[in-house]
Design a protein around this ligand. Structure first.
Ligand code: NAP
Length: 525
């Protein structure tokens, strides 16, 4: 299993982020409309499972719906049974020795080919994200761009790690260290970046030489299916991955607990992540390793607005961070912590911005916000809004928006106490709690008063306060004088502290280490 040693022969150009599509250009708008029409004509199709190198039907369907128009079915998916999930992981284990011996250069080429295919079909993928995830055009395009970036970036990382820098040479020895893949892993992504996170975790594991079972989110199985088709088209071997569509609560435990599972790469909520971590920690009969768990989880992200801030920039940054993709980003701003000296002025600037946001079907580019993902998400978020009305002062929103889809108004609740539920719990919807701070140090204290630690931002012109924030704002991704969403692969390695997860830093220079183990070899000369 020395597969990772063979470096790619082809020199790779420097990594560059994929450009976002400029939808203000008429030709791009036209092309996107054509992609939407094309994808619309494919809605409602039936999809089989892809397990152990073959297609499977079970007749037990998972229907994914368009959250903008819940009467519309996006895809009908055969759901995996326990038996199929078991086969998926056991076949991944059986095929691992072969796949892990594939030269790293070949795996790198395959990852790059996936990026090429995604680039060619970018607008089609954008359209699938509009229909299945309820993303507006720019949000969908950012998701697909990030998926491309992950493929390009991890391909380069594997290229580099397949020829690691030398170790210290002992006299009379030849000393080296090489990276080996881990084994068969389970990839469990969330629905909110249904392509980028799915593609990122999957490609990282595969390019490192592991075999995988992908358990996609039940909200976005069609996008996962489309990505699986790209993997096959790019040339990934039929048995290098399985797509095990089905409810996490039905097949999740089995995949995590199976003794042949070597690692689990999860992104999702805190509760599910902690459960996976706990189940994976217990060795099962026949298991000869400690399972590795990478768990990237929720956030309760704050933006601090200082008395020395540019308040217009701060109001814009807070609104973008709180309501982009309807607040359904782990990095979304759900708490604005504002210095008392500028509190009222800031709210006066924020309120009209929020009220101007247009909510409606994601496929209509006139809308700034689409729907939330599901009926149950809308119900949970609405309950938080009702609780919030008693925990603070409603400034904007607070109700359902358009009919026919899962729409909610962008909501601001001010004067919220730091112990209130809407200040402490992840809501994962378009709801912002605003809290008054006595001064900058108090604001930092409030920002850190949470069990999460994913993203955060500070708006201030004062260098000394920026220094203090860099030092004391305890988050994995800190932003100064800009929004707290929109991490870019390569520039902003992503992952959080505390209950936000294992800080794996997706899109960072060391990410592939999660999927590799190092072997030291000393040969006496
Ligand atoms: P979720 O409910 O935790 O689900 C995530 C994934 O876990 C889904 O594929 C789900 O499948 C699966 N799952 C559910 N129960 C399982 C079990 N017992 N065993 C194994 N897998 C199981 O999260 P979500 O609603 O999809 O995503 C939103 C959450 O993700 C938020 O908390 C957000 O902050 C977090 N997130 C974090 C990051 C980050 O980088 N830190 C990025 C994006 C999102 P089913 O769909 O079939 O239930």
């Amino acid at each position: 299993m020395m597969s990772t040693q063979a470096a790619s022969s082809r020199p790779l150009p420097e990594f560059r982020n994929q450009a976002f599509t400029d939808f203000s250009r008429p030709e791009n708008r036209k092309a996107m409309e054509a992609a939407l029409a094309h994808v619309r004509s494919e809605l409602g199709r039936e999809y089989e499972l892809w397990i152990a190198g073959a297609r499977h039907k079970t007749g037990d369907f998972l229907d994914s719906v368009n959250p903008s128009h819940y009467s519309e079915i996006v895809g009908r998916h055969h759901k995996a049974t326990h038996e199929l999930a078991r086969r998926a992981i056991e076949d991944a284990y059986a095929y691992f020795p072969e796949w892990s011996r594939t030269p790293a250069s070949s795996r790198v080429e395959l990852a790059l080919r996936v990026a090429e295919i995604l680039k060619k079909r970018k607008l089609d993928f954008d359209a699938w994200l509009v229909f299945e995830a309820g993303k507006t055009w720019p949000e969908a395009d950012a998701d697909v761009s990030e998926a491309i970036d992950f493929c390009e970036y991890y391909a380069r990382q594997m290229h580099r790690m397949s020829a690691p820098p030398g170790v210290v040479q002992m006299p009379g020895e030849r000393d080296e260290m090489v990276y080996l893949p881990l084994g068969a892993g389970v990839i469990i992504p969330p629905w909110n970046f249904p392509l980028a996170i799915l593609a990122g975790m999957s490609i990282a594991a595969l390019v490192a030489g592991n075999t995988i079972v992908i358990k996609p989110s039940s909200e976005t199985p069609t996008i996962a299916q489309k990505f699986a088709e790209v993997l096959l088209e790019a040339g990934f071997p039929a048995r290098s991955f399985s797509l095990c569509t089905g409810s996490g609560s039905v097949v999740g435990d089995l995949l995590v607990e199976h003794p042949k599972t070597r690692f689990v790469s999860f992104t999702g909520s805190r509760d599910v992540g902690l459960r996976i971590n706990e189940l994976a920690a217990k060795p099962r009969k026949g298991q000869i390793w400690i399972k590795r768990v990478v768990a990237e989880m929720g956030g309760k992200d704050a933006i601090i607005v200082d008395r020395e801030a540019d308040l217009d920039a701060a109001a814009l940054g807070v609104a973008q961070s709180a309501y982009g993709y309807q607040g359904q980003k782990c990095s979304a701003c759900s708490r604005a912590i504002v210095d008392q000296a500028v509190y009222d002025e800031f709210l006066d600037k924020l309120k009209p911005r929020v009220e101007a946001l247009k909510v409606g079907p994601a496929e209509d580019p006139a809308n700034d916000m689409g729907p939330v993902i599901s009926a149950s998400a809308r119900k949970t978020i609405s309950e938080y809004i009702e609780a919030g009305k008693n925990e603070g002062r409603l400034i904007a929103g607070g109700a359902d928006a358009a009919p026919g889809g899962y729409y909610l108004e962008p909501t601001v609740i001010a004067d919220v106490d730091s112990k209130a539920r809407i200040f402490q719990e992840e809501i994962f919807g378009p709801v912002l709690a605003v809290t008054k701070a006595r001064d900058f140090d108090h604001a930092l204290e409030l920002a850190n008063d949470t069990e999460y630690g994913l993203t955060g931002a500070v708006y201030t012109r004062n260098r000394e306060k920026i220094r203090r924030a860099k030092d004391r704002f305890f988050v994995g991704n800190l932003y100064i004088n800009r929004k707290c969403t929109g991490a870019m692969v390569g520039a902003h390695p992503f992952g959080g502290f505390n209950m936000s997860g294992t800080d794996s830093k997706a899109g960072g220079p060391d990410y592939l280490l999660q999927f590799l183990q190092a072997k030291s070899i000393a040969e006496k000369l």
